[in-house]
Design a protein around this ligand. Sequence first.
Ligand code: FES
Ligand code: FE2
Length: 523
Amino acid sequence: MPFPMEVLQASSLSFPLLRRHSRNNLINKFRNPTLPRIDIPRQNIDLKTFAATTPTVACPPSDPEIIPEKKEDKFDWYENWYPVATVCDLDKRRPHGRKVIGIDVVVWWDRKENAWKVFDDTCPHRLAPLSEGRIDQWGRLQCVYHGWCFDGVGACKFIPQAPHDGPPVETSKKACVKGVYPSCVRNGIVWFWPNSDPKYKDIYLTNKPHYIPELDDPSFTCTTITREVPYGYEILAENLMDPSHVPYAHYGILELEKVKESSKRDREGGHEMEISVGTIDVNGFSAKHVSADYYFVPPYVYYGRITPNAATKTKDATLPVVPEEKTAMIVFYCIPVTPGYSRLIYAGARNFAVQIDRFVPRWITHMSHNLIFDSDLFLLHVEEQKLKDLDWHKSCYIPTKADGQVVAFRRWLNKYGGTQVDWRNNFTPALPPTPSREQLFDRYWSHTAECSSCSVACKRLNALEIGLQAMSLVFVAMAAAVSAPATRYSMVAMAVLSFLASKWLSHFIHKTFYNHGYDHAFV
Ligand code: FES
Ligand SMILES: [Fe+2]
């Protein structure tokens, strides 16, 4: 699902501004093996620094990587912040359950401390999920099985069954929530540190989630979407780093760059791609493709900064002057959930065409985003099933440089990440069986139910559908009551129109919020 509509808009709006020869110069620049250094943006240097960024032209590997023996070169999956949810999709009035890197967590708003808290989603009494509970009138997290209540540090504050004059059993350490994770909000996302050891209590002071300033910049508009997908973190990450599948898997719904009809070799317009990838180390890698810089910051962030007008910033007076720096950001947070399942939080930001973004309701933009997810969902699910017992490097044939970032990611995973997400023996290596196609393409539980915009729109449109059906009945009754033939005919016509509108709306609601499906053959 990479590069949603913002990129399409960035490309289509900006590239026509470049003269043909300047575009060619730009492309030639990226073909040159003496490429300039790709710099990680200054504002991020304090968070993650790449050891070396001298780019090399991507070359598909033929040899499997050797796992390093140096301990410091091993990536620790549990020494990192993980995104839990976007703040705009969380309701402060209720707890929310999420699974992240195999850990069930409950995220809830502690109004005493004005902070989102992330706990292990397990009640210490008899292990019921706290995420099914509620926030009581004193702002405590209440387990709804037997009513035990917990404060923002996980201490038990109330056991309804304890006798008034008995020992204060709620003060026992055993009554506390076992896992209270460090949490924070950054870039509009609630994050948690997946280790509740007290030594990490103040981890935020020394180690913060990767920050992307454009997402908080008021001159940018930012839109986010979260979607659960039925394939694992590894497949999700490599898919996002793969621009060459876009003209095919997302044909007709997403276009990365305009390709002249005369230079197309097929209807879809796939073409040679020069992607240069910097040095890969334990902290990830950077890459460059046409007018965009991409960064992989393990384990969760992959993002691109696209500045299509950068090529015109030159002293050459013969070239058009484009004073405004148009920048589009595409940010993907790839979250491991369980083997075979992952969650993507996408954030798109841009500092142009912002009026359109402010005008269009979020749930409308989610229609196109979800369609992009749907269009390669089945391909990726099946790919993962086929790869489960195979070595990626040996099984896949990677002859072109278009797969440069995918190869880089697999190299990083092989060399530093232990070849896959570290599930800490919580799961068997086997992938879950393939669910029915209907379940695979489910949109309701994978998105709508937890999206604050789509869930409201879905409820309102369902109410409108019922209203249209009621109107249809009212018109039928009115047609029966009136005697004038002309009035009767118009009432019948209105009844039919209302009925047809309700039918169309029902179909629209199903496709938009419940299940769209996707058929590539007739796109
Ligand atoms: S299981 Fe939570 S109160 Fe009993
Ligand atoms: Fe949505």
